[in-house]
Design a protein around this ligand. Structure first.
Ligand code: GTR
Length: 386
């Protein structure tokens, strides 16, 4: 019977809080040499780079920095989109390296009657392109562009498939054409690394685009896109805010809880998302030198908002809340006090007036208008405060 129980708990997904094993999280405030980190300067100059390297080498892969050139071409501009309330600008961002190129399509709406440059939400779109329809024939709650415009925000989106098709054989047909050596490296970037790299190229464009405020970019992603928004904001400090919706395993949820999705499962179903080294941690969550609270900590002192949905236990809502909680002490080094309660807040209650925000929405694994209402209020709190 014991053997049976052991195999059941090892191989099945656990959804029972009572069966979460005891675990010890790596301390974000202890250097690899064992010395404590007690000030923001040591964090920035020493501990943050250490943790970044650990995530590059063991999880997401290194982020290539070199390119030969980057070009921005306006494909279409409409000064009276959305019945005259917005400017629509569609851009092709092309990056060249070693005779190869990758083209990223960007759809951007800017509010006409708000002051410019406008703060902007950027969605990493892992859903069909119809969710971000520039013609607004389809209005998807996944990217409620009218809501953003009415709230004084610009809103933009790019397709992950431009950077890496979400497929275990085709993911190489995008940004990785520019960096083929990554395919032979244990710590080379794969699809999620390529999507995050793409978010940074959109940021390169925003820095040159007078309609938007590149210092006020809130990066948004859902699920696999939410894993990407955290990784992109962790490594690229130009992103002012990171929003990670229902991101779960290898996103905002702690791996060591082994609740819902596990590393072995994600690496087996999606071998093209994370680097090859990460496969060594299948069934070995406790041997990882990081856990996901440290990914959130890499974004400090910039605001982070994570969400869950009550019917999405696969993404471990409690483990997500605990990852946020365990990042608080890094924010405290910057005198940024989070207002998260000691234990998960009631369903549908959003913690928005806080440098670390959170809600657990009633319902399914999805990104919806109620989620976006909270994102806008969280972003208002931070952008309008300053
Ligand atoms: C699931 C995967 C999750 C999450 C989700 C999604 O199949 O197990 O980690 O990323 O897909 O992206 O919707």
């Amino acid at each position: 019977l014991t053997a049976l129980l052991v195999s059941a708990t090892t191989f099945a997904q656990n959804y029972d809080e009572a069966l979460v094993p005891a675990y010890t999280l790596p301390d974000p405030l202890v250097l690899l040499n064992g010395q404590p980190v007690s000030d923001a300067k040591t964090w920035e100059t020493t501990r943050r780079p250490e943790i970044l390297r650990l995530f590059e080498n063991n999880v997401y892969g290194v982020m290539p920095k070199d390119m030969d050139s980057i070009h921005f071409e306006t494909l279409r501009q409409n000064a009276s989109a959305m019945n005259g309330r917005a400017i629509l600008k569609e851009t092709c961002i092309t990056v060249y390296r070693n005779g190869q190129s990758v083209a990223i399509g960007l759809t951007l709406f800017v509010p006409k009657n708000a002051s410019k440059p406008a703060p902007v939400f950027l969605l990493i779109n892992n859903r069909p392109k119809s969710n971000t329809d520039p013609d607004r024939n389809t209005k998807s709650p996944f990217w409620p562009a009218e809501m953003a415009i009415n709230s004084g925000y610009a809103i933009a989106a790019f397709q992950v498939s431009d950077l890496a098709p979400d497929d275990k054989t085709k993911f190489t047909e995008g940004a990785l054409r520019l960096y083929p050596d990554h395919l032979r490296m244990g710590n080379g970037m794969k699809a999620i690394g390529a999507w995050a790299w793409g978010a940074s190229r959109v940021m390169d464009f925003f820095e040159k685009e007078p309609l938007v405020d590149a210092k006020k970019v809130a990066l948004v992603g859902h699920s696999r896109g939410g894993k990407t928004s955290l990784w992109a904001a962790a490594q690229d400090q130009r992103f002012a805010i990171a929003i990670s919706n229902c991101s779960g395993n290898t996103g905002a949820a702690l791996a060591r809880r082994q609740f819902g999705e596990r590393i072995r499962i994600i690496n087996t179903r999606f071998p093209h998302w994370f680097n090859d080294n990460y496969k060594q941690f299948n069934d070995r969550e406790n041997d990882l030198p990081v856990d996901q609270h440290m990914l959130i900590a890499l974004i400090a002192p910039r605001p982070v908002y994570a969400t869950n949905a009550t019917k999405d236990l696969w993404a471990d809502p409690t483990g997500t809340f605990l990852a946020l909680k365990n990042a608080e002490k890094v924010y405290a080094l910057f005198m940024r006090k989070s207002a998260l309660p000691a234990s998960p807040p009631p369903v549908n209650q959003a913690i928005k007036r806080s440098v670390i925000g959170y809600h657990n929405r009633e319902g399914e694994h999805d990104m919806t208008e109620p989620d976006w209402q909270h994102f806008i209020q969280f972003t208002n709190y931070h952008f309008k405060q300053k």
